[in-house]
Design a protein around this ligand. Structure first.
Ligand code: CO
Length: 428
């Protein structure tokens, strides 16, 4: 597939994935289309070789045992995250100020607040709905522009030119109607879902920038859109697992894709990268292959994990913020992320495995380190490597404006990204 074809696929994936819950549903849809079968965590899992996946809230784990030679076969795993910074709707969100109806929200993750101002926002997420004596989960999305966080006119704040001071409790409250009395978010949600307001028991609801992702630039070399960090990796990883499952690899491997929720807030939850989800699933996969914990630990000892999260492309207006010996070019290929203080998990052995995968795929590889006088970001890589004891490499695809509501990636990079991950799952 060409960069433009994969780029178009990414644009569709982003449109289908306004929240982590929807991203899991969309990866599940793609996997199911390729013959993968969903398993329930409460059920016994099939032992015949094949492709499978499970969903726990906003996290998805998928695997293929089709090219495995048994329970001690080394695992190749690609990890990524499904969540991105946004605003989450508070449990009692309805308020009114100065003739406006507002919705109380709380920032989630490392948000770049000014990028959310004056945007057309919808709401999407998951609702817990009463269902007889029980509760059912229902995904929802409101794609109409019902919310906006309006910027203060510059005439009323001359200091804005020196950088805005935005207090999240005071200044980042979206309005969604006019009136002196608060609106009723629960009732609105119930109407959207076609249920009665009393049956809306709770929600995980978040703001969504409604401008669709699109090819960008004079030569369409770029793609602009929301949630590239880290749905671009989630998409490339999903494609890579489907291809790896379909095409016979060189050496036997058990192939795993782990898409985790909650990376942006530290990965500590029942389904985050620090949870028992990964190890529990690996243990159960080993059992379907006829092994137990002993076999699992033998498999892990020969395994490699590639932890994907977007990488900072060198910014033309701030080139001095980047390490001059490690310039990262847009459409320059996948990026190995290295940090001596292990904010990235990459070591020489992991880096070599990833470099060989890029070589196998025929794509160039770039190497990122942060300037020695700047702090370094982090990913799920160090967490997963500590939890599993498996050699881990952190990598990403070049991105500008990371964590902005509208990020920028390279079109050709998306093809190279998917190709490199496919080769990583199928080492020659
Ligand atoms: Co990220």
């Amino acid at each position: 597939m060409s960069g433009t074809e994969i780029g178009a696929g990414l644009i569709d994936y982003l449109a289908a994935s306004p929240t982590p819950f929807h991203a899991c549903a969309e990866s599940a849809r793609l996997l199911t289309g390729a013959g993968f079968r969903q398993v329930a965590e409460t059920a016994e899992w099939p032992t015949e070789p094949g492709g499978y996946f499970l969903i726990r809230g906003g996290s998805l784990l998928a695997w293929s045992t089709r090219h495995s030679a048994g329970a001690t076969t080394p695992i190749r795993m690609v990890g990524a995250h499904t969540d991105s910074p946004n605003f989450r709707i508070k449990p009692q969100p309805d308020l009114a100020r100065a003739g406006w109806q507002l919705l109380g929200v709380e920032p989630y993750g490392g948000i770049i607040a000014p990028s959310w101002l004056d945007r057309d926002l919808g709401v999407a997420g998951r609702v817990a709905v009463r269902d007889g004596a029980g509760v059912r989960e229902q995904l929802f999305r409101i794609d109409d522009p019902i919310l906006r966080i309006s910027r203060l006119a510059i005439h009323l704040d001359r200091s804005a030119r020196d950088g805005e001071q935005l207090n999240p409790q005071q200044h980042l409250v979206p309005h969604w109607g006019l009136g002196d009395r608060p609106g009723d978010f629960r009732a609105h949600l119930a109407q959207e879902l076609g249920v009665s307001a009393g049956d809306v028991l709770a929600w995980d609801a978040m703001t969504v920038d409604l401008q669709p992702a699109a090819f960008f630039g004079r030569d369409r070399e770029l793609i602009a859109g929301a949630r590239m960090d880290n749905l671009a990796t989630s998409y490339a990883g999903t494609l890579a697992l489907i291809r790896a499952d379909r095409d016979a690899p060189g050496a036997p491997t058990t192939q795993v894709l782990a898409l985790f929720d909650h990376e942006e807030i530290g990965s500590v939850s029942e389904r985050g990268a620090q949870s028992a989800l990964l190890m529990t699933t690996l243990e159960r996969i080993t059992r379907t292959l006829g092994g137990d914990r002993e076999e699992m630990h033998r498999a892990l000892a020969g395994s490699v994990i590639a932890s994907g999260d977007m990488a900072h492309a060198t910014h033309p207006n701030y080139a001095e913020r980047h390490e001059p010996q490690h310039r990262i070019a847009m459409n320059g290929g996948p990026v190995l992320k290295i940090n001596t203080n292990l904010r990235y998990a990459t070591d020489a052995v992991g880096a070599a495995a990833f470099a060989l995968a890029c070589e196998q795929a025929g794509v160039p590889v770039q190497r990122f380190v942060v300037r020695s006088d700047l702090p370094c970001g982090s990913t799920v890589g160090p967490v997963t490597s500590a939890l599993t004891g498996v050699t881990t490499v952190d990598f990403g695809a070049p991105t500008l404006s990371m964590h902005s509501v509208r990020e920028l990636v390279g079109t050709e990079d998306q093809r190279m990204y998917a190709d490199a991950l496919t080769a990583f799952l199928c080492p020659a």
